[in-house]
Ligand binder design. Structure first.
Ligand SMILES: *Cc1c(COP(=O)(O)O)cnc(C)c1O
Length: 399
């Protein structure tokens, strides 16, 4: 097992044929510096101890594994949740943001820079910056700033500066350009913090490593609760960070089937979903090679999902490798199935899930019906408070 993590990624950042760093020379130099520093610092006693202490006393880890008795009774199977919704700030994202910010501190950086689309990554990073007393600059498309007002307010309360990206379509892609530009102006004092297992090497590796805590805890907790390993593990896949965090602990367990769930959105037509692995083809964007959804010019295609954290036209390179070598089964769930699962979990268990996580829950409900004798461990990546107004306004309340 430990061999897997030494082998992937290789020293150039490749997971099989995916990943790497397809970036301008100026950025290449900086990424190499971060990679070298990460390898040294992340193995140091101080770093490991400090991260361990933060996870326990600040984030509230370990988060529990919970058995859903009413949901299991209704659908069959034995459904368990890894409760990342109870991680501080309400989602798994803080796991890698605290890691990235701790690395920044050890590197003597003064400022964290990142892009954000829906604002979830921005809020998690602003939280980490406040904890460490670092400056935080979040780049966000002008259109998204208007759409995601509550998260913009949260970031401001936490002390972050919001930089609007005002060119092009004024959404995520422009925010990425703007953030990289700002980072390259002062790489000495700043560090770019990516929000998932995507982007150029070393980010898919670092973010994976910081998220592994989810799988390590869950595997141990599940064994302790049931005396065996789960028959199935399930997680939603946007960029793929919460999924790889859980999956990484089960890659060697042949008896355990691993399922990644992509958003099928409104339909499987062009522009109506973000099922990058199901419908995409290999290509290069945002500095790395992966399965991606492309337009006729080979540029990133427009994508959509009811869960804004899942609407990304590419996916982490490690997932692409795990798909090709059949280690993980990647499947899809559409908007409607996710909304139904959102209400089912809320009403049967008293847990309001994030719309992203609702995709994983919906898939677990399907598995439960097909395999009533089997157990299913779902990564509940985040809580749904951020989604409640949108869901009720758009879909109404069920009977
Ligand atoms: C951002 C987000 C996701 C998607 O990101 P991954 O990197 O694929 O995990 C999933 N769930 C929640 C709650 C999120 O905030």
């Amino acid at each position: 097992m430990s061999n897997y993590f030494k082998q992937y990624p290789n020293s150039e950042g490749f997971f099989g044929e995916y990943g790497g760093a397809f970036i301008p020379p100026s950025l290449e130099v900086e990424m190499k510096k971060i990679t070298d520093a990460y390898h040294t610092i992340s193995k140091s006693h101080n770093f490991i101890q400090e991260l361990r202490s933060i996870r326990k006393h600040y984030q509230g880890r370990p988060t529990p594994v919970y058995y859903c008795s009413r949901l299991s009774e209704k659908y069959g199977g034995r459904i368990y949740l890894k409760r990342e919704d109870l991680n501080h700030s309400g989602a798994h994202k803080l796991n890698h943001c605290m890691g990235e910010a701790l690395l920044a501190k050890h590197l003597g950086k003064k400022k964290l820079i990142a892009e954000t689309g829906a604002g979830q990554h921005g809020v998690a990073l602003a939280t980490a910056a406040a904890y460490f007393g670092l400056e935080c600059e979040i780049h966000m498309g002008e259109v998204d700033i208007k759409k995601q007002h509550p998260n913009v307010v949260r970031m401001k309360i936490l002390g972050a500066t919001i930089v609007p990206a005002t060119h092009g379509l004024k959404t995520l892609k422009e925010a990425v350009d703007s953030a990289f530009e700002a980072y390259l102006k002062d790489p000495e004092n700043t560090i770019y913090c990516i929000g998932s297992v995507v982007g150029p090497h070393p980010f898919p590796m670092m973010v994976r490593d910081f998220q592994r805590v989810v799988g390590i805890e869950a595997r141990e907790q599940f064994l302790e609760m049931t005396g065996e390993l789960p028959d199935n593990v399930v997680a939603c896949v946007g960029g793929g960070s919460n999924a790889i965090g859980l999956f990484s602990a089960f890659l060697n367990d042949d008896e355990c089937k691993i399922h990644g769930v992509e958003p099928a959105g409104r339909s499987m037509e062009y522009g109506e979903n973000a099922a990058s692995m199901t419908l995409g083809t290999p290509g290069i964007m945002h500095g790395f090679k992966s399965y991606m959804l492309k337009d006729e010019k080979g540029e990133p295609a427009p994508v959509y999902s009811v869960a804004s954290g899942l609407d990304y036209p590419a996916v982490g390179p490690e997932h692409c490798m795990l798909k090709d070598n059949n280690t993980v089964n990647y499947d899809i769930i559409n908007d409607k199935e996710a909304i139904d699962a959102f209400y089912e979990l809320s009403r049967l268990e008293g847990i309001i899930p994030a719309l992203e996580s609702s995709h994983a829950v919906a898939y677990a409900l399907k598995l439960a019906k097909e395999q009533p004798q089997k157990s299913i461990l779902v990564n509940l990546s985040g809580r749904g408070d951020k989604d409640i107004d949108f869901v009720v306004d758009t879909y109404g309340l069920p009977e």
